[in-house]
Design a protein around this ligand. Structure first.
Ligand SMILES: [Fe+2]
Length: 363
């Protein structure tokens, strides 16, 4: 199977994965041939893309680390501020990631969710756990880190949602209110004796920058809790690669570039290195265009180099970008799910980048 953005799906294509409705009941079964009507229906359900089965990728199985059932349970537990529920789910997520024996995270968001904060929190928890595993954390620490990921932005529930979801520019007063959310997340957990201090400190300090320009405490380097350093990196990465009311999604490679640019000043260099080693930037099944114009599908991620995976070209030939002798000048130019930008759009994005940087330092 491979992934296709919904606007590239054509009638007659075969679904590669079961699709669900809003109540997580199966809407369409894998193997179903898509009609124009069904494609429109999937769009109505908010699906931005689907998995398709075809000859080229029929042997390529992509498993979800987090099942739809666990995802639904997790989102509900975070929303209901159910600390015990979140703890149980963290255990399941850590077990799932450890058992999979691989750190390959094939995570493509098929649907755009309205409840962005909870969905983002779950992504942060999963990504943080993978980085923690790369750092050889104990199972106990991984579970704690995963809980911290799910609760890092919980304080936003205590802030007016009009400010959190406001499209366009926010005022300095609104910025100040948004900046209160790590403290509010911490306050929510502070009375819980069963929540360890590393979870609390991770949550409190997830917007601290290495150079002391972050908040709420303005801590520098070693003073920032290791959990918070990890959460900070994966939080910004996930925020950048998501579509929000106030911005387009960045390509994953661009988001990674942003992280590397902020290494040392905003982020801990070691966390960035582990992140780049263990978090696959191009998920398996993703269609890509190479710098020489050829097209293909990511079929395998190479351990230790998230930007140079193995690619199956449309003619069935496979090339391994890790083979630097043969492919030293070949790179991935573009993912199939990236929207093509016009020259004016690129110019506007450049202008907005400065504003965006400022917003990301605060959200
Ligand atoms: Fe945050």
């Amino acid at each position: 199977m491979h992934y296709l953005p919904i606007n590239q799906v054509k009638t007659g294509m075969i679904l590669g994965r079961d699709m669900y409705d809003f109540t997580d009941k199966i809407l369409l079964h894998r193997g179903k041939a898509l009609t124009e009507h069904l494609i429109l229906r999937l769009q109505d359900y908010g699906y931005q893309g689907v998995y398709i089965d075809d000859e080229l990728t029929k042997d390529l199985e992509i498993e979800e680390i987090i099942s739809m059932e666990l995802r639904t349970k997790a989102l509900a537990a975070i929303e209901k501020l159910d600390v015990d529920g979140v703890r149980d789910i963290a255990k399941e997520i850590v077990d799932g990631i450890l058992q999979s024996g691989t750190v390959s995270l094939d995570m493509i968001d098929l649907r755009s969710f309205d409840d962005y904060t909870y969905y983002h929190s779950l992504n942060v928890a999963v990504l943080a756990t993978i980085v923690g595993m790369g750092m050889e954390y104990s199972e106990e620490d991984l579970q704690a880190l995963c809980i911290a990921g799910m609760f890092h932005d919980i304080g936003k529930q205590f802030i007016p949602q009009e400010i959190i979801n406001k499209p366009g520019k926010i005022t300095p007063e609104e910025f100040a209110i948004i900046k209160e959310h790590p403290q509010k997340s911490y306050d929510f957990l502070s009375d819980r004796l069963d929540i360890t201090s590393n979870i609390k400190m991770g949550v409190l300090c997830h917007h601290e920058n290495e150079d002391g320009t972050g908040y709420p405490l303005g801590l520098t380097g070693d003073k920032i809790h290791p959990f918070a350093k990890i959460l900070h990196v994966v939080d910004v990465y996930d925020a950048l690669s998501s579509k929000r009311p106030y911005k387009k999604a960045y390509a994953r490679s661009e988001a990674l570039e942003y992280l590397m640019g902020g290494s040392m000043s905003m982020f801990d260099e070691n966390v960035i290195n582990v992140f780049m080693k263990y978090v696959p930037i191009y998920p398996r099944g993703m269609g890509v265009i190479l710098s020489d114009g050829r097209e293909g599908v990511i079929c395998e991620n190479n351990k230790g180099s998230s930007l140079r995976p193995r690619i199956r070209l449309v003619n069935g030939e496979e090339i391994d970008l890790m083979d630097v002798e043969r492919y030293s000048t070949l790179t991935i130019l573009k993912q199939h799910d990236e929207e093509a930008l016009t020259a004016e759009e690129i110019e506007r994005i450049e202008q907005e980048r400065k504003d965006l940087n400022e917003q990301l330092r605060t959200r």
